[in-house]
Design a protein around this ligand. Structure first.
Ligand code: ASP
Length: 344
């Protein structure tokens, strides 16, 4: 695989497909001399505010108890410090809280009620993050869980998503392949992995990253994926580069995804090759039969993002057909990710 070339002029930012507005905003903030990590977190806050982005912040799909639980982390290259929150309820700007954990504490991860209390002490407003749209998605999920329980969908055709829910785009605005392998059968109920990640290098060659998510939809309460875990959902080493991950978090956690990418770049891999190496590792170590298709390929997707200190970048997905966001010139744009497995 070849590494996409980029204009060597810094800053360069890369991120998940949904990060274009975040990157545009972060680039503007950088021009106003906002520190790099603050600029990234400010950009991500825009997406956390968006009720139509159902995988991040306010409006994110809830857990199995119909409560939105957010995970986020930040990492700064210069200080080699990080901050994170997991299972955070009631506070939409999870990435900002993660940044405060980094700046105001000697800890790197606060979870659950402790994270919420910490945010409250800093003046973050406490609010209900569940939108009507996300609540209706949860009701559909609940009604389709089993034919034996007491929950029924009163009128599937007229339910919140109707029968054409998988016609191209899902009700929550994510493309179906973002969630599952492209040839996976459409699930009966809207479901998503989904996350925002941004890695960036500024004009001085310093790096930073942030990942924020509502995680796996309808997850068991308390489930935490890769996003707030340094070395899995993100990792930044100021002398090498920065990396991040979206997609099935359990698989990324089990290979220390973002750290592996940065290590491979340090050893000389191009960013794209470092992502492909890590995806191959995930695929090779996916042993459970329900996670493998008839050809032995993972049934889920993971997309990995890598940015080298010199501004060279790459991204790769488990399956063909995914995009990522990049800013290597004036305006952010979508680019095609490399892939491990082509479409049949
Ligand atoms: N990686 C996130 C998680 O597992 C979700 C995603 O990126 O799709 O929580």
């Amino acid at each position: 695989m070849t590494t996409p070339t980029c204009t060597p002029r810094l800053p360069v930012m890369i991120g998940s497909w949904n990060a274009i507005p975040a990157i545009a905003h972060a680039a503007q903030r950088l021009q106003g001399n906002t520190p790099l990590l603050d600029a990234i977190v400010d950009g991500i806050a825009l997406v956390e505010d968006d009720p139509d982005e159902m995988s991040v912040g306010y409006g994110g799909l809830p857990n199995e108890d119909c409560v939105v639980e957010l995970d986020a982390a930040v990492m700064e290259g210069v200080s080699h410090r990080s901050g994170a929150v997991a299972g955070l309820r009631g506070v939409r700007h999870a990435a900002r809280v993660a940044l405060e954990v980094m700046r105001r504490t000697d800890h790197s991860l606060l979870v659950g009620e402790g994270a919420r209390k910490f945010a409250a002490l800093l003046g973050f407003p406490d609010e209900n993050l569940l939108t009507d749209r996300a609540r209706k998605a949860w009701l559909d999920w609940k009604a389709n869980l089993s034919e034996r329980d007491g929950w029924i969908a009163p009128d599937q055709a007229a339910s919140s998503f109707g029968t054409a829910r998988w016609a191209g785009r899902t009700p929550h605005g994510l493309t179906a392949p973002e969630m599952l392998a492209p040839d996976a059968p459409p699930p009966k109920v809207p479901f998503t992995y989904g996350t925002i990640h941004v890695s960036a290098v500024d004009a001085a060659g310093n790096l930073a990253s942030c990942t924020s998510t509502s995680g796996l939809s309808y997850k068991i309460a308390g489930r935490v994926g890769d996003s707030p875990v340094v070395g899995a959902g993100l990792y930044t080493d100021n002398s090498v580069g920065s990396a991040g991950a979206t997609g099935r978090g359990e698989s990324v956690l089990q290979v220390c995804g973002a750290h592996t990418i940065v290590q491979r770049m340090e050893a000389g891999d191009s960013p794209t090759d470092a992502c492909l190496f890590t995806l191959k590792k995930i695929a090779d170590r996916t042993r459970l039969s329900h996670l493998r298709d008839a050809k032995g390929r993972p049934t889920f997707n993971v997309t990995l993002y890598a940015l080298r200190k010199d501004g060279v970048f790459g991204a790769a997905s488990m399956h063909e057909g995914y995009e990522f966001a990049v800013l290597d010139g004036v305006a952010p744009r979508a680019a095609s990710a490399a892939w491990l497995y082509p479409k049949d």
